[in-house]
Design a protein around this ligand. Sequence first.
Ligand code: CUA
Length: 319
Amino acid sequence: MRPIVLILLAALSSGCGGVQSMLDPAGPVAEAIAGTWWAMFWGALLVLALVMALALWTLKQRPRSGPSGSGLIVGGGIVLPAVSLTALLIYGFQTELPQDDTNGLPPLTIEVIGHRWWWEVRYPGGAVTANEIHIPVGRTVRFTLHSADVIHSFWVPQLAGKLDMVPGHANSLELRAERAGAYRGQCAEFCGAQHAHMAFWVIAEPTPKFEAWLALQRQPASAPVGAAAQRGREHFLSVGCAECHTIRGTPAAGTDAPDLTHVGGRRTIAAGTLVNSEEALARWIAHNQRIKPGNLMEPFAHLDPVVLRELAAFLAGLE
Ligand code: CUA
């Protein structure tokens, strides 16, 4: 097969789509980045095509004696690559990220703190959540990014470029989602054993839906419904969970681990590792070191199965 065909096949089959693709931008910042990517891609393809054409042409020449072809070497080997690569370089430098127009609204500020290996998310007004960030469609969001331990990197390819989260220093990233959807984010800086399991979701939704979600997140946890969940709440406060986790509205006020006030309403748990369900919560509590080895939570495999079920029922009910 011809090299050009191979290259095209590779490009087409390399999974450049889906929920985490910067080639499927959902907002102006990501669109500018995707535009640069395509310019680089076509530029590189053009250079490759020229080089291949020259190589083929060369193979067809009969060997000749004596020096010749110096014009070709200077033109094709120095001038052409210098001009084309310089043009691409200048184009790359000139790609300005759009000065984000805020649509008349002040940007919504959301603080995100990287932890090994999860994301703490804090909204104005006291709402705290983890690993799932809701934003309103059409409004600029300013993320204030920092880290509680090592360097992480905040990256939602469909919305913006990546930006490091550095301990002791706040970085700021602005983006806007122009269409509703669920966009997967991923830590983009190697940060230890569970770097790959440090994912999150950005849910962009219409403003009224977002406001309703935020109002709920600001509320303390709802009271457990049913005897099993009520017992689960007691277990939560007695077996050790509260030392690390907060559930607003209960005495649990630990700060080392995700705030669980509304954990039942999240799509995933363990930073995008498991789809959230009562069964998954129980499995995580008992066997989290098998699911995400090295994570900083101790496994509670010793718990009585009934206690485990009641704990999971309580947590699943915290919507
Ligand atoms: Cu956090 Cu990689």
